[in-house]
Ligand binder design. Structure first.
Ligand code: 8Y7
Length: 361
């Protein structure tokens, strides 16, 4: 049934026994098959001018509302997708938060630029993040900070591949942060397991075919425009609906090429072609909208600029508490994977959250 695009963002998210009880009584549905449940949704309906009209409906009200509009079957399918258990991703069951630690082997990254260009220091930092509780180490050799110039391919390979190979020899699960097919291929050959592409396989004409052939799990991130120019004039009709539509199109392109959805994690791309306040904040508020893809959701907000903007304009190194707060927000919305610089601090916060949630059976 066609009509105006309608998206559902899970709301009234419950935890623990309250979640189980509400699901058992049919008042709520599991959120992505996890321990949280949602008892209501924000219905986002795309208007003719592109903007989103919003209404909040309890699950029971939603069914009547959809039936009156002749959209009952479609809304039912969407709810089923949001509620369904997620397949394991990259060998992780997704029954607890997955922490991806960031290892930038670049001279010019915004938060740790230059700290880990030296291979010995990069290796030590990768190992320290594993010690601190990282599940994955994300290795990148090209800065995607706003305005950054492209790194020559041979330079990106020279920075990334030796570190991938050394950490892979330790048995570390590695994702490679790159938009270039030759870097993906060399990294997978050197022992990386996961492709993390901020261009969602649009940045290199050969990357989709490589992703298909490799069988590797993927992170597809939303970015508006290219890093060089993305922050110049980002604009959206409705940022959350637009990001979801882009990611759905990229998932469809991957599926058409032969990639199973279970291999894909989606990511809203905080800070990539987004105004720090006007776009990042409503996108984070509605991050649960991404569960309608049926894929695992990865969130990367560690040390990003918006944290300083909503606080006291702290520099990147002083945004750790805000980063942890944002990570906890993501978990409260059912996000399964967190990409962070500060693994120990994030792990501590997760342990406290988990202990509180588990204290009442
Ligand atoms: C992200 C990312 C960066 C992110 C994913 C930074 C490479 C800027 N941010 N990859 N990469 N998600 N998947 O702040 O948010 O680390 S680079």
């Amino acid at each position: 049934m066609s009509g105006r695009p309608i998206n559902l963002c899970p709301e009234e998210i419950l935890t623990g026994a309250a979640a189980r009880d509400a699901v058992a009584r049919g008042r709520a549905l599991p959120l992505a098959g996890g321990p949280l449940a949602f008892a209501a949704v924000e219905v986002l309906e795309r208007m003719a001018d592109g903007s989103a009209e919003s209404r909040y409906l309890a699950i029971a009200e939603l069914k009547d509302w959809a039936a009156r509009r002749g959209r009952a079957a479609e809304i039912e399918r969407t709810l089923e997708t949001i509620a369904a258990a997620r397949a394991p991703w990259a060998g992780f069951a997704l029954d607890r938060p997955i922490v991806m630690g960031i290892l930038n082997v670049t001279p010019d990254s915004f938060s740790d630029g230059g700290a880990y260009v030296d291979p010995a220091r990069a290796l030590a930092h990768g190992r320290a993040m594993i010690e601190a509780g990282a599940d994955i180490v994300d290795i990148g050799g090209e800065s995607t900070r706003p305005g950054a110039d492209a790194t020559p391919l041979d330079e990106e390979l020279r920075r990334v591949i030796p570190i991938v190979a050394a950490l892979a020899r330790d048995g570390v699960t590695i994702s490679v942060d790159t938009r270039r097919m030759p870097v993906m291929k060399a990294a997978l050959d050197a022992g990386a397991r996961i492709i993390n592409d901020v261009t969602a396989l649009t940045g290199d004409a050969d990357s989709l075919a490589l992703a298909v052939a490799s069988g590797a799990p993927l992170v597809l991130m939303h970015m508006a425009g290219k890093p060089r120019t993305m922050q110049e004039a980002p604009r959206y009709d409705d940022v959350a609906m637009d990001v979801l539509a882009y990611l759905e199109a990229r998932i469809a392109a991957c599926e058409a090429a032969g990639i199973a959805k279970s291999r894909i994690a989606v990511d809203p791309g905080i800070g990539f072609g987004k105004h720090p306040i006007e776009h990042n904040l409503p996108l984070l508020r509605r991050v649960a909208l991404l569960h309608t893809t049926g894929c695992a959701v990865l969130l990367g907000l560690s040390r990003k600029q918006f944290i300083g903007r909503v606080s006291r304009n702290e520099p990147a190194g002083e945004r750790i508490a805000g980063s942890v707060a944002g990570a906890l927000w993501g978990l409260s919305q059912g996000v399964q994977i967190l990409r962070v610089h500060d693994v120990a601090e994030t792990r501590q916060a997760l342990a406290v959250r988990r202990a509180i949630l588990m204290s009442v059976a």
